[in-house]
Design a protein around this ligand. Sequence first.
Ligand code: SF4
Length: 354
Amino acid sequence: MKERYPTKKIFVGNVAIGGDAPISVQSMTFSDTRDVEATVEQINRLHFAGCDIVRVAVPDMEAALALKSIKEQIAIPLVADIHFNYRLALEAAKWVDCIRFNPGNIGEKSRIKEIVKACKERNLPVRVGVNAGSLEHEFDRRYGATAEGMVASAEYNIKFLEDLDFTDIKVSLKASDVGRTVDAYRMLRPKNSYPFHLGVTEAGTLFHATVKSSIGLGALLLDGIGDTMRVSITGELEEEIKVGKAILKDSGRAKGGLNIISCPTCGRIEADLVSAVAEVEKRTAHITASMDVSVMGCVVNAIGEAKHADVAIAYGKGSGLVMVKGEIVAKLPENQLVDRFVAEVEKFVSSGGL
Ligand code: SF4
């Protein structure tokens, strides 16, 4: 796997992004930000699910004024998402940990200067967030909504900030399809060293968003590109975090939790493996240590897999084996195997894997 691309380290609140910092997972609320109670409830749900940074939309001054109260009631860094109105950015900058705005859509340079001054005073970074669906007119006309247009827009917005001696920047280049998204990030990556916020935008429902994000973000992460990320899902908030963390883990960019190897089952199956794996997943969701475990439907491949797993189950006809580091520790009836397996996983973790 490629080394991570060396990027500048910035801080969004107490979360480092870029450099050697772990790749963080972000999300965004869908409540009306003016409704403080609903927004805090969503942020706290995300926090509980493992979200590192949360973003809220700030469409008007009432929403900007609500940020103070929201910030007081949450414990993760808060990003304000601003479009067009510089006054919203100035109000938000008093309370949040990062502003997402594109200088190009704010207009007059004096207004951009004011936002940058406010960010400098509070050490707030800025996310330049390019979206293929809302490129500046000039780039849309010249390139259309292509990866080239997205990169040109990002460079244009970055230059605005650099010209004001502001470099606490992270950059996103999102499109609703994988190809353009990946092309844009790959194209821009060698041109600067700002940390990248990865995402395929408007990716759809859980199934489609998981597939698109796994391909797109996975490809970039394997390339060493990406410092923070969001999986956009039309669905439950917690799913974004769960899928994001899984993509990080399975692309080898994060450690922790169980890597569950389970067979797809076939005509040789002699047990209810689908239910067994679901139960294993549920009962081991709290494990944060890195472990490989296998749950296999018959002896054909189970013993081989178990040799490489920390803890394993090999099902047989009405009974099966529980194995630790390739050694059989119990032969039990089918209905006792998961209980013993979970006990062995917990023992393995508490003994430090010895
Ligand atoms: S482990 Fe056994 S049941 Fe599972 S797919 Fe392989 S042969 Fe089939």
